[in-house]
Design a protein around this ligand. Sequence first.
Ligand code: FAD
Length: 272
Amino acid sequence: MPVRVETYERLDEAARALASSRTARFLGGGTLIMRAVNAGDQSFDTIIRARDANWSAIRAEGDGFVIGAGVTMAAVVASRDLVFLAPVARSVGGPAIRNMATIGGNLFAASPYGDFAAALLALGATVNLAGSSGRGIPIDDFLRDRERHATSLVQSVSVPRPRDASAFRFVKVSRVKPKGISLMSIAALLPQMGGRLQGARIAYGAMAPTPIRVTAVERALEGQSLDIATIERAAAVATEGIDPPTDALASSWYRREVAGVHLKRLLSAERR
Ligand SMILES: Cc1cc2nc3c(=O)[nH]c(=O)nc-3n(C[C@H](O)[C@H](O)[C@H](O)COP(=O)(O)OP(=O)(O)OC[C@H]3O[C@@H](n4cnc5c(N)ncnc54)[C@H](O)[C@@H]3O)c2cc1C
């Protein structure tokens, strides 16, 4: 089936076109959507693209940054402002993929992809839709209702800056180094006040259909100092309430077995 390509100068025009058709898809960097075209995916017949420069800009705002949905992983790695996100972006694919893959596309990438989205979830980002005058959507809600947003165009993501460099940590666990796909990724925001964790946010990628918060671990960390006893307690509930998938990379059992080990290593990093 032939695929039509529609190009718009402005994001709001592209957003309207996308919203008006169930069989249209937006083109980010194309690393997944063009693969679908080549594989003969029949679920869409129109590709919508936009040339709007705002879509790939990074700007400081308040206590954080607004990152255009069209910003690529390579641009994140190169950004002086987004140093805290560079290790996350660097973990996505190889150089060719990073040159194309956008942060907007990562929000929609099916598991086991979505490493960057997991980091944004831990950071408590907000997703801003094109053509919407309302406030942004908390990323927790956006990911939970991702299907509902299939015809929405993500314009940008607002990301708070972590209080200090050690307050945000990320690890991608894969069997093939350095470009393997995640069998899980873990992102942790660990803000401390007076030596106690306050408002810790832990997110997993590749452990559910979308990146998820790990609330049992967050509860184990809240109000505690990040010492060995706390880390042990957190690791003991690493998969509580989570039903990891089985796929070509790992079984659900394996993911369950290793999650606590990797979480423990990530939380212990400061102590090494
Ligand atoms: C070889 C290979 C290795 C990969 N490795 C990784 C990896 O290590 N980690 C990882 O997380 N991912 C990985 N990916 C998956 C993918 O490259 C990334 O998730 C990437 O960020 C997707 O972004 P994109 O711009 O290429 O998306 P596209 O292919 O352009 O789009 C993907 C989906 O998102 C939608 N979309 C894109 N942008 C928007 C927007 N702004 N608003 C609304 N909808 C939008 C599209 O319509 C489409 O449905 C890999 C892919 C390949 C092919």
